[in-house]
Design a protein around this ligand. Sequence first.
Ligand code: ZN
Length: 240
Amino acid sequence: MRALVLSDIHANIAALDAVLADAPSVDEVWALGDVVGYGPEPDAVVDRLRELGALGVCGNHDAAALGGDEIESFNIDARRAMEWTRAVIADTTKAWLATLPERLVRDDWTLVHGSPRDPIWEYITSTPVARAAMSDLETRHGLHGHTHVPIGYLEDDGVLGTMSPGAGSVLELGGRRGLLNPGSVGQPRDGIPTASWLVLDTRSGTAVWRRTAYDVASVQAAMEAVGLPSRLVERLALGL
Ligand code: ZN
């Protein structure tokens, strides 16, 4: 099957729609959590994912939007944005977010937001953490988000390698196990402001990372119009 893998959309409908316009036809759309939070249009993003029949897992921002105490661990800007999100989201948005499991298995792939052992919160930011995460996987491969940085961890005969994919990077897993991060659609943090995502062929084990430009200024204007924190507005243009 061919899947469009999206993570950390963060209520950025302009970025999501640009990605969907750029994406090939796929069998399924997978969302790796943090659908809401930070951005100005949480309802529009959830409506779009619902229209697409997207499958997803729960991120820390999604859990916080439902009233979870995850908000206590947020920094001041994330907390302000989450308080705004909680106040404005529709009941239909809450209902869809409430259906998201912490883990989802499709074919040989486990989908989580953070990591297999701590699906909501753990950041996989180093090879040792990735190695531990892969030993916790109950499937051959995994997909995660949360760091907002695209990366691939590849295990071959017990040796773990990494790749830092750029736009158009193709990974052929072959016999290797993979733990892949598509990067963030709605708030990339690798210094590149374009939306980051990937297309996965689960049968051949081929992943292609892609980047899509979108109208960042329009999103910044929408954020300012509803009073979201200026540091969150500014970072979108920097990809940080
Ligand atoms: Zn996130």
